[in-house]
Design a protein around this ligand. Structure first.
Ligand code: GTP
Length: 669
C-alpha cells in the first residue's frame, strides 16, 4: 500500500517525493510522518478533498498558469506517432508542436523531442518522448456565429523510436494512448517496422490514422502506398492523410483528424485514482521523475508524499493537478530509482485498487558483461547504471565476476543497437568508462545430470567432465524482410548461409516482396542487417519478433592468450561454424592487441582442441639504448627488469588488451 503526503518543497539535491506505486509486487508502505490532513500547509492545498478525481500537489492552475481543470476527458486525446525508421516521426512531431505554439517556429533545434545526445549524434530516436499541446479545434463546416463549437483540446503526443531494438518503448507508449498516427514514407512505402508497429497498435486496439509523409519527394507515390495500406492492413485509402513534414503541406488536417477520429481516454470520476507509470528518469536536483497516465482518480486521502505534478509542455510544466485521462509527470520522494518501476500502478494510499495490467516484461535478446575500465571505478559504474536503468527499464542487470576483468555486471539488452546506445549513454550522461564483453544470446543447455540451465554468459558453461552437455537449444526469431523483387536471390542466399528457413514469400505490390524467415537469433544479432542492406543497396527493411527455442548443435569457443583462457572473450557458436569463427577471432585479436615486451600466442579452442592460432611477436625494446657502453651494473639491472617484466606478464597470464579488442570480437559471427 502506498501513501501520499504533502511535505515542504525540496531543497538542494534532496530526493523529492512522489506519488507512490503499490503494485502487488511492492508492499513497501509510505506513511505520512505527521499523518492527518496536510491541507493548507506550505505548498497550499486548498482544493476540496473528495470532490475531485485527480492527482494533485497544490491548488490546480493558480500557481502555474496552466489550468487543466477545463479539460474534461472528452477534450483530451492521447496519441503516438509510429513508423518505420526515418519515415519522419520526429519531424512531424516538431511541426505539430510548432503548429500548436508549444515550441517556437524555427526554434533552431530539429527533432525537438530527440533530447538525448546519443539521439542527436545518431539521428535516431531511442526514447519515446511525451509532449502536451493545446489546440483550438474548429469542427469542419461550422458557421462564423457558432463560436461555442470551437473548443480547446489537450493533446498528448508521444513520439516513438523506429528501430526494432526499441519496440519495447513503442509498446509502452501505446499503452497510454487511444490512437496512433502510422507514418509511412510516400516514396519508400510500407517497410518492415511499419508492419510491426501497425500490429502493435492493432493489438492495443488503437484507432490508427495512416499518414503518408514526404509527399514533396520527386519519387513520392502516395497511391501505391495507399494500395499497400489497404492490401496489408485493410486500412481505407480514403482515411490516409497526405503530408510533408518538411514543407508543411497537408499538416493542417492532422490534428483535426486526431480529434475527430481518436476517442477520448476513458476516465470514470467515481473510480479511485490509478496511474500507470510509463517512464521515469533521475534528475540530479529533483530525484526520480515519473511520467504517468492518470487513468482515474478519487482524492480520498491525504497521505501521499508528493511535491509536484505537471505536464510536459514541452518541458516539465507544473500544473498542480493531473486529471483523469491525462499524461503528465509526478515528482516525489522516491529514494531510489529502483522504486520507479515502469508498468507499475500508482494510486492513492487509502483506496484499494486493482493494479493495471502493466507491461509485458522486456525480452532480452543479447547479454554482455559490463566492467569498469578501471577496476576501482566499480561503485561509480554501479551508481551510473542504477540511474540510467531508471530511464531505460528494459535493461536487466546482475552482478558478475570475471577472472580477467574483475567485478562487473551482466546486462541484458533488446539488441545490439540498444546495447551500444546504453554504453554511449553511460559514457555521455554519467562519464562512466566501460569495457564490454562479447555479447551472447541466451542459450539453454542440458547436462548429463539432468539439469537444464539458461546460459547468459558463455564463461559459466560447465567444464566439469562429470557434467557433460547432452543437449542445447538456441533462441530463434521470425524475421520479416521487405525488398524490391530484384534482390530476392541475394537475400535468399544470405538467409540460408545464416541457417534460415523460409516461411513466407508474398508480393505486397508489383515491385516489392515480403519474406518471412525463421532464423537463429545468434545469426542476425551482429551484422545481419548491415549485410542485408549492403546486398540490397540499402533497399531492404528488416524486423523480427522472437520465436521459440530450437534444438541446436552448439560449442563453447574459448580464447586463450599465452595459454590462459580469457573468460570475458568466450563465446558460444554453432559447431559447423566454430573453426571459421575461431580463425577470424584470433586474426582480429592479432591486429588489435599491441605488441608487448614478450611474445603472445593467441588461440581459439573448443575444450582442449585448439582450432586456430596466431602469434604476436615480442617488441624488442632496446632498453640499453641510453647506456652508452660503460656501466655494466646498470646494464644488468635493466636487462633483469626487462626479463622480470616479461616473466610477470607471462606469469599472471596478463596481456594488455585494449577495449578495441572486445569491440572487434563483436564483429565476428
Ligand atoms: N523530403 C522530406 N524529408 C523529410 C520529411 N519528413 C522528414 N524528413 C527527413 O527524413 C529524415 C528522417 O526524419 P525523422 O523525423 O528523424 O524520422 P524518424 O521517423 O523520427 O526517425 P527515427 O526516430 O530514427 O525512427 C530527416 O532527414 C528529415 O529531415 C518530409 O516530409 N519530406
Amino acid at each position: 500500500m502506498a501513501y501520499l503526503r504533502q511535505v515542504s518543497k525540496p531543497s538542494g539535491r534532496r530526493l523529492v517525493c512522489l506519488l507512490l506505486s503499490a503494485s502487488p509486487a511492492s508492499s513497501r508502505s509510505f506513511h505520512s510522518a505527521g499523518g492527518g490532513s496536510a491541507r493548507g500547509e506550505e505548498v497550499g492545498w486548498t482544493a476540496e478533498w473528495g470532490l475531485g478525481h485527480y492527482c494533485y500537489s497544490r491548488q490546480a492552475g493558480k500557481d502555474d498558469g496552466v489550468d487543466l481543470s477545463q479539460f474534461p476527458t472528452e477534450r483530451i486525446r492521447n496519441f503516438s506517432i509510429i513508423a518505420h525508421i526515418d519515415h519522419g516521426k520526429s519531424t512531424l512531431a516538431d511541426r505539430l508542436l510548432e503548429l500548436t505554439g508549444t515550441i517556437k517556429k524555427g526554434h533552431g533545434q530539429p527533432q525537438y523531442l530527440d533530447k538525448l545526445q546519443v539521439e542527436r549524434e545518431r539521428g535516431i530516436t531511442v526514447k519515446a518522448q511525451t509532449a502536451t499541446m493545446f489546440y483550438k479545434h474548429k469542427p469542419s463546416g461550422i458557421s462564423a456565429g457558432e463560436t461555442h463549437r470551437v473548443n480547446d483540446f489537450l493533446l498528448n503526443l508521444i513520439d516513438t523510436p523506429g528501430h526494432v531494438d526499441f519496440s519495447y518503448e513503442v509498446s509502452r507508449s501505446l499503452a497510454a494512448c487511444q490512437g496512433a498516427l502510422l507514418v509511412v514514407d510516400a516514396a519508400q512505402g510500407v517497410q518492415a517496422q511499419t508492419v510491426a508497429n501497425f500490429y502493435l497498435a492493432f493489438e492495443f486496439n488503437l484507432t490508427i490514422i495512416p499518414v503518408i509523409n514526404k509527399i514533396d519527394q520527386p519519387t513520392a507515390d502516395p497511391d501505391r502506398v495507399k494500395a499497400q495500406l489497404k492490401s496489408l492492413f485493410d486500412l481505407d485509402p480514403n482515411d490516409a492523410l497526405l503530408t510533408s513534414a518538411k514543407t508543411g503541406q497537408g499538416l493542417e488536417h492532422v490534428l483535426p483528424a486526431v480529434i475527430e477520429r481518436i476517442p477520448s481516454p476513458p476516465g470514470k470520476s467515481a473510480s479511485p485514482l490509478r496511474m500507470l507509470l510509463l517512464d521515469s528518469y533521475y534528475d540530479e536536483y529533483k530525484g526520480v521523475i515519473c511520467h504517468v497516465a492518470v487513468i482515474a482518480s478519487a482524492a480520498t486521502g491525504q497521505v501521499y508524499e508528493i511535491f509536484d505534478v505537471g505536464i510536459m509542455h514541452p518541458e516539465l510544466t507544473p500544473t498542480g493537478v493531473l486529471f483523469s485521462g491525462q499524461v503528465g509527470y509526478v515528482v516525489s520522494g522516491m529514494r531510489s530509482t529502483k522504486e520507479a518501476r515502469v508498468g507499475d500502478t500508482l494510486h492513492h494510499a487509502r483506496s484499494s485498487v486493482e493494479p493495471l495490467p502493466g507491461f509485458k516484461p522486456a525480452k532480452h535478446m543479447v547479454f554482455s558483461g559490463l566492467y569498469p575500465a578501471d577496476g576501482s571505478d566499480f561503485d561509480a559504474l554501479n551508481a551510473a547504471i542504477e540511474k540510467l536503468t531508471c530511464n531505460d527499464a528494459s535493461v536487466s542487470v546482475t552482478k558478475e565476476t570475471s577472472t580477467a576483468l574483475g567485478i562487473g555486471f551482466r546486462c541484458g539488452f533488446l539488441g545490439l543497437l540498444h546495447m551500444d546506445v546504453f554504453h554511449q549513454r553511460l559514457e555521455q550522461e554519467y562519464g562512466a568508462h566501460v569495457i564490454s564483453t562479447v555479447p551472447t544470446v541466451p542459450y539453454i543447455f542440458e547436462y548429463s545430470d539432468g539439469s537444464k540451465v539458461n546460459v547468459q554468459n558463455p564463461a559459466s558453461l560447465s567444464s566439469n567432465p562429470g557434467k557433460r552437455v547432452v543437449a542445447c537449444w538456441e533462441p530463434s526469431v521470425i524475421a520479416t524482410i521487405i525488398i524490391p523483387s530484384e534482390y530476392v536471390g541475394a537475400v535468399i542466399t544470405l538467409c540460408s548461409e545464416r541457417r534460415g528457413e523460409q516461411l513466407e514469400y508474398s508480393f505486397i505490390d508489383s515491385q516489392r516482396v515480403l519474406m518471412k524467415y525463421r532464423l537463429p537469433l545468434r545469426e542476425i544479432v551482429v551484422d545481419f542487417y548491415d549485410q542485408l542492406k549492403s546486398i540490397t543497396s540499402g533497399y531492404a527493411s528488416f524486423d523480427y519478433e522472437d520465436e521459440e527455442y530450437q534444438a541446436s548443435d552448439l560449442v563453447k569457443l574459448d580464447v586463450l592468450l599465452n595459454g590462459q583462457p580469457v573468460d570475458a572473450m568466450a563465446t558460444i557458436v554453432h559447431s559447423l561454424k566454430a573453426q571459421r569463427i575461431g580463425r577470424e577471432l584470433v586474426e582480429k585479436l592479432r591486429k588489435v592487441i599491441d605488441r608487448q615486451m614478450f611474445e603472445i600466442t593467441i588461440q581459439a579452442a573448443i575444450g582442449s582442441k585448439v582450432v586456430a592460432r596466431e602469434t604476436l611477436s615480442a617488441m624488442r625494446k632496446n632498453v640499453l639504448a641510453k647506456c652508452y657502453g660503460g656501466d655494466i651494473t646498470r646494464k644488468k639491472k635493466l636487462l633483469e627488469k626487462q626479463k622480470e617484466g616479461k616473466k610477470r606478464m607471462k606469469r599472471v597470464g596478463s596481456v594488455d588488451i585494449p577495449q578495441e579488442a572486445f569491440h572487434e570480437l563483436l564483429k565476428v559471427s
